[in-house]
Design a protein around this ligand. Structure first.
Ligand code: 4H6
Length: 258
């Protein structure tokens, strides 16, 4: 069981989005738990105010220390220890599959979602252990990034994906992109499924899939390929399907960080 507590002004978004599909089922199965804590419930203001004007002037509003700190303290009080707190922010370390694997090792994570122009720096200093970004762009609140992180980490929790180990085979496993997938019908607007997949020869199919994964990664994301050590088998495999100029370019990225 992995537990996520989310500090947010918009708890309903989480209930709606994370209540569906694989993540919804994982919650139902007790494999993960996602609790939302409405920061506004901890406002001491009669109008439930949680933001104020920035000291020094400037545009927008800043989320106040007190409601966030008290919301966090309510979690600590309930669980009896200080769980790891992650602040979703454009200034954080970029989330990738490697970081997701590390995060999965935590039994309990608290995700802090900012809004407006962000949060008073002092609450970040006081409670935040790690700042994480989902990529180099800005969205209006930390909620969507938090949901991306929860989804990405939860699918690594054993049992969450019905087909156990199906994630080990795919996408960023070993740093390669996924091979192409096909299902019925066999023919669609003159495009047939590759013969090899119809052959029933599983060794050849696995070899072809590996070749396609290498080829796609080389063509679409050469930056990922340059992070990997290709052994001779893989180099020969992709070499079968590259033209001469691609072979040269593969040589130039191999063993060199781009
Ligand atoms: C913290 C600080 C995360 C959170 C500022 C959050 C992108 C990511 C936010 C802000 C986020 C990411 C508030 C600054 C709106 C811009 C919420 N955006 N912003 N890349 N936004 O993970 O104005």
């Amino acid at each position: 069981m992995m537990k996520f507590d989310v500090l947010t002004l918009f708890p309903e978004i989480f209930k709606a989005v994370m209540g569906e599909s694989i993540i919804g089922r994982a919650q139902g199965n007790g494999l993960i738990e996602i609790n939302t804590i409405n920061i506004r419930d901890f406002s001491k203001d009669k109008h439930r105010k949680v933001d104020d004007y920035p000291y020094g002037g400037g545009n927008g509003m800043v989320m106040m220390v007190q409601p966030i700190y008290d919301a966090y303290a309510s979690i600590v009080e309930k669980c009896g220890y200080k769980p790891r707190v992650i602040y979703m922010s454009p200034q954080g370390k970029t989330l990738n599959q490697e970081l997701a694997r590390q995060l999965k090792e935590n039994e309990h994570l608290v995700l802090l979602c900012g809004h407006y122009e962000g949060i008073d720096e002092r609450v970040i200093e006081e409670i935040v252990d790690e700042e994480i970004s989902i990529g180099d762009y800005v969205v209006t609140g930390g909620e969507l990034p938090a949901m991306v992180l929860i989804d990405c980490v939860s699918r690594l929790v054993p049992g969450v994906l019905s087909n156990e180990g199906s994630f080990s085979d795919e996408s960023h496993f070993e740093g390669l992109l996924e091979y192409p997938q096909y299902t019925r019908p066999y023919e669609f607007i003159n495009r047939k499924v590759p013969d090899i997949l119809m052959s029933g020869h599983h060794a050849n199919i696995n070899r072809w899939r590996r070749q396609q994964a290498l080829l796609r990664t080389f063509r679409k994301r050469p930056d990922l390929l340059s992070e990997l050590e290709l052994d001779k088998q893989d180099t020969d495999l992709i070499g079968e399907v590259l033209d001469d100029s691609e072979k040269l370019s593969l040589k130039s990225i191999k063993g060199r960080k781009m």
